[in-house]
Each structure stands twice: as C-alpha cells, then as structure tokens.
Design a protein around this ligand. Structure first.
Ligand code: SAM
Length: 227
C-alpha cells in the first residue's frame, strides 16, 4: 500500500500526465498512478543501483514496463526533451538536494513541466529556487505520517515574477493561509528546537552573536505565524 504521503502527492499529478519521478526508489508512485490509469507514461529515475533494480523489479512484477521506463541516471539526466514530460515529481529528499537536482538539470525543464516536490526538510531552499526560476507555487499541503511531518508543493511555470515574503518562503504561502493543526504542530516543534539550541549556545565560551540574531529572527517569524 502506498504511503499517505505519496498518495497525497499522487493527487496533484494531472490525468494523462507524462511524468518523471526522480529518486523513485521502488517506483511506488508511478506504479500506483499507472495502475489507476492516471498517467500515460512515466520515467522512474534512480542514481543508485540498488533502488534502480528495486524499481525495475517492481515495474516488471506489476506488468507495467510498457508505461514506466526505469532509468539509471543522476537527477534530471534521466529525462530527454523528446520524452515530452509534463510533470516532474521529486519526493522524500532534503530540500537542498531537490534544489540541486532541479538546478543542474534546468535544460531538461524547457517544456515547463509542472513540478510536484516533497522535501523532507529545508523547504525554504526549494521555494527560493522556484521563485528565482519563474515557477509559481499553486498549491501546498502538509501532513503527518509515522510521527514525521511532510510538506508538498506544486509549482507551475509563470512568465511573471513572483515575490514571496520572507515568511511565505519559510512557511509556504498556502500553508500560512490555512495554518492547520499539522502546521501548528510542526512550528511549535521548531520553537522547542530553537530553545534547545539557545541552551547549548549559552555554554559557548564566546557569545555567538550572529547565530543568536538568526535565532531571534526565526523565533519571531514563527511566533508571528502561530498567532
Ligand atoms: N521518492 C521516493 C519516496 O518519496 O518515497 C523515494 C525516496 S528515497 C528516501 C530517495 C531516493 O532518491 C533514493 O532512492 C536515492 O537513491 C535517490 N536519489 C538521491 N539523489 C538522487 C539523484 N541525484 N538522482 C536520482 N536519484 C537520487
């Protein structure tokens, strides 16, 4: 059974999509979508041999090799422009890695596919990249599964310039508008982490002024968001 997290991601994949799932591991997401006949074609990209073989095996076991092409490649190198991919999913990695994958594969985004991204941490890095690269976030989600809190962002290419505020880049514009229980829980936890870091910093020989100023700024942003 697919995780609640990937099930949620799946709801943002357009019907009839030609998708590339980068860092696909077992290819669970494209397999699920192909079984629902939600997609026309998928590339399951993996850079590591083990997960690549897992994905191949899963796709063959499900008899879906005619829909899902499993490719061993680093990031968006798995994609060719002729594949006419219109949805790219990158899930279950840190935000900085997702950003680096997008950034080093920019030329593979020429057809301006929808991006559905699910960073485990460092969501802000992803939002900054999207904004700098003419991708507008059109929806966001936050959910909890097995004691982890996950964010999902959906972005579409735009010719306009978007200008998110510091708070919107950190929290997510849509998540900030809704402030649901999971959102509140996530940021309450972050406040607790900040307090722990403060305790540790107090033990430092020299007062790390800059670090403390950063924490103050972060804390006031979070408190502002939770009000
Ligand atoms: N996307 C699946 C999910 O959300 O459940 C799997 C997540 S798994 C934690 C991350 C996968 O990304 C690993 O299988 C890893 O090998 C792969 N990965 C990491 N860096 C990658 C890269 N540059 N290109 C392709 N795959 C990568």
């Amino acid at each position: 059974k697919l995780s609640k997290r990937l099930e949620k991601v799946a709801t943002y994949v357009n019907k009839g999509a030609r998708m590339a799932d980068i860092g696909s591991d077992h290819a669970y997401l494209p397999v699920y979508l192909a079984k629902q006949q939600q997609i026309d074609f998928a590339i399951a990209g993996e850079v590591v041999k083990g997960p690549f073989l897992n994905a191949k095996q899963e796709v063959e076991k499900e008899g879906l090799a005619h829909v899902i092409d499993v490719r061993l490649a680093d990031g968006l190198k798995a994609v060719n422009l002729e594949d006419n991919i219109n949805v790219v999913t990158i899930c279950g990695m840190g935000g900085p890695l997702i950003r680096d994958i997008l950034n080093s594969g920019k030329e593979k985004l020429e057809n301006k596919p929808r991006l559905i991204l699910q960073p485990n941490v460092g969501e802000k890095d992803v939002r900054v990249w999207l904004q700098e690269n003419h991708y507008k976030i059109i929806d966001e989600d936050i959910l909890e599964e097995d004691k982890h809190i996950y964010e999902i962002m959906v972005a579409e290419y735009t010719s306009e310039q978007t200008n998110l505020s510091e708070a919107e880049l950190l929290f997510g514009k849509y998540l900030l508008e809704n402030k649901n229980d999971v959102f509140r829980k996530k940021w309450h936890k972050e406040l607790e982490k900040i307090n722990k870091v403060r305790v540790q910093l107090k033990q430092a020989k020299q007062v790390p002024e800059q670090k403390i100023a950063e924490l103050d700024n972060l804390q006031s942003l979070i408190e502002g968001a939770l009000n």
